[in-house]
Design a protein around this ligand. Structure first.
Ligand code: PLP
Length: 255
């Protein structure tokens, strides 16, 4: 059985009791994602520590999706949960070339963790994915051996500028949002400029304004969809002239 602990607006944190209720003696594994898509939330040390305490208390494996580990904005810090005390042995951490090297769509990633856990991953991989593109693997191995800290810094700078750009545009358009601390997504509350739910807004935005955003209720289970009903997820992984054009078009939302 799958239990979910939802993130809540405006700062996309979780409720401690709700998290505790998601654990029970039958819990085998927990999946977490930080920095988080769609909210741009980066989990703090306190939040991660609580998760580790519960994981240890209930002897649970942690599957930690950290594909946006390098896309974080000051003052946020990405803390791999496997780096916290006694967590390496129970954590499988996931990374992505798509997100780390700006080649989304190429679908190549990696995992690391204790050999006992990775053994299980190998077995699953053999029967689910089986193979990936070998030339891309060679290219990524080359990237790992040749990229230095400067690459990651300039990558963050690039997206930091785009983040600033879209935040200004969304504010001008009259939308409200919490600054995303990681990823290249921002969740914006459109209720000041549109009367309707997130699917209606996304449809209106595409058809009438010419800008695409994701209705984030798609990320929530049925009973939690209301948590996202005033929000749209915008991606700022776009060329600056595309961002300019989208911002320009969205000025019409206010009129
Ligand atoms: C949180 C998260 N995990 C994993 C993935 C998948 O990454 P990839 O495209 O490298 O397979 C995505 C892609 O959007 C994502 O947002």
């Amino acid at each position: 059985m799958r239990l979910v602990c939802s993130l809540h607006a405006p700062d996309w944190t979780f409720d401690e009791d709700e998290l505790r209720r998601a654990f029970n003696p039958k819990t085998r594994a927990i999946i977490i994602n930080t920095p988080h898509n769609p909210t741009g939330k980066v989990f703090t040390l306190d939040e991660l520590t609580l998760i580790t305490e519960l994981a240890k208390e209930f002897d649970v494996t942690v599957i930690s999706d950290e594909v946006y580990e390098h896309l974080i904005y000051e003052p946020a810090q990405h803390i791999p949960i496997a780096s916290l005390p006694d967590m390496f042995e129970r954590t499988v951490t996931i990374g992505s070339t798509g997100k780390t090297f700006g080649m989304t769509g190429w679908k190549l990633g990696w995992l690391y963790g204790h050999p006992d856990l990775i053994q299980g991953v190998w077995q699953a991989h053999q029967f689910i994915v089986f193979a990936t593109s070998h030339p891309t693997q060679v290219a990524v191995a080359h990237a790992f051996n040749h990229m230095d800290e400067q690459y990651y810094q300039s990558y963050r700078m690039l997206y930091s500028g785009k983040r600033q750009h879209i935040m200004e545009g969304l504010s001008q358009a009259g939308l409200k949002f919490a600054e995303p601390m990681g990823t290249y997504f921002v969740m914006a509350d459109f209720s000041p400029v549109f009367d309707g739910n997130d699917v209606e807004f996304a449809t209106y935005l595409i058809q009438e304004i010419g800008v695409a955003a994701i209705p984030p209720s798609a990320f929530y289970r049925e009973q939690d969809k209301h948590l996202a009903k005033n929000y749209a997820r915008f991606s700022f992984a776009k060329h600056d002239d595309q961002l300019d054009e989208a911002i320009n078009r969205m000025k019409r939302l206010k009129s």
